[in-house]
Design a protein around this ligand. Structure first.
Ligand SMILES: [Zn+2]
Length: 270
């Protein structure tokens, strides 16, 4: 806001009729600020639709120019989007397989093969092992793994599919956790039917912990992502990610100008 005073003043701008609001990401050509949600006004003399950047105060045409370079840029953006979707689907499959393996892990580790005598002779059967220390390790590492996987997938969902309503994320992860657990139950039942009842609580525990990780990410994931972006991205590049602020009704990240701290403390009413 500090630059507003020093930029070329357009005193009549605020009195021009409001035509619309900017509804997509559009960046100030001068300072890089994201103009999404800003009002679009019509200049009564020139009949041009203009947007004013609240950071630097400069005016921009509301529409974008359709040049051949722009069209090629759109094609290029489309192929990037396709690659991005393939990467996301790959991650979804990979993280899902890992959660399946974690549902299966306690069954493998906490059971062992014992030789028993039957009427027809010796036979190897799988039986639960009663090693308390091993149990603690399985609970700890299994829990840590599943809560991390659920959290990672939840974070991906709320950041990459940010347009969905919150209830959709909950529904998706409930069904997904149930599906993964269900597949492992099915496989285990076909392999070791006599250990099905013994194995169920282990699979259920892993699924629940996975769900807890996902729910935590649905609640706090975007706030966490914003915090991370604020740390790792410089302000100008951060504008590209401003949808993460706008989707939660927060003002997009500001671009601090030189000496802004003094300017804001002087100009802010509160
Ligand atoms: Zn600007």
């Amino acid at each position: 806001m500090s630059l507003e005073a020093s930029s070329p003043p357009v005193p009549s701008y605020d009195t021009w009729p409001v035509i619309a609001h900017v509804e997509t990401d559009r960046y100030c050509d001068y300072c890089g600020y994201n103009l999404n949600t800003q009002v679009v006004r019509r200049d009564p003399d020139l009949q041009l639709l203009l947007v004013r950047c609240p950071e630097c105060g400069r005016l921009h045409p509301a529409g974008e120019l359709l040049t051949s370079r722009y069209i090629w840029f759109r094609r290029w953006a489309l192929s990037i989007a396709i690659v991005w979707i393939i990467i996301l689907l790959g991650l979804l499959i990979l993280l899902t397989i890992m959660q399946g393996a974690l549902c299966r892990m306690p069954l493998e580790v906490l059971s062992g093969w014992d030789k028993i005598m039957t009427a027809t002779g010796e036979k190897w059967v799988r039986q639960p092992q009663l090693d308390a220390e091993l149990k603690v390790q399985v609970y700890f590492w299994g829990g840590l793994g599943s809560v991390t996987l659920g959290g990672l997938m939840g974070l991906l969902a709320v950041v990459c599919c940010y347009h969905l309503r919150r209830s959709r994320y909950y529904l998706f992860f409930f069904v997904w956790a149930l599906l993964i657990g269900g597949v492992i139950v099915g496989v285990w039942r076909s392999e070791e039917p006599q250990l099905l009842i013994w194995g169920l609580p282990h699979i259920l525990r892993q699924s629940l912990i996975y769900l807890i990780g996902a729910v935590a990410a649905i609640i706090w994931g975007r706030a966490f992502a914003r915090w991370m972006l604020t740390i790792i991205l410089p302000p100008k590049i951060r504008q590209v990610m401003s949808f993460l602020w706008l989707v939660d009704g927060l003002p997009p990240p500001a671009i601090p100008a030189a000496g802004e701290k003094e300017a804001t403390s002087l100009s802010s009413p509160a």
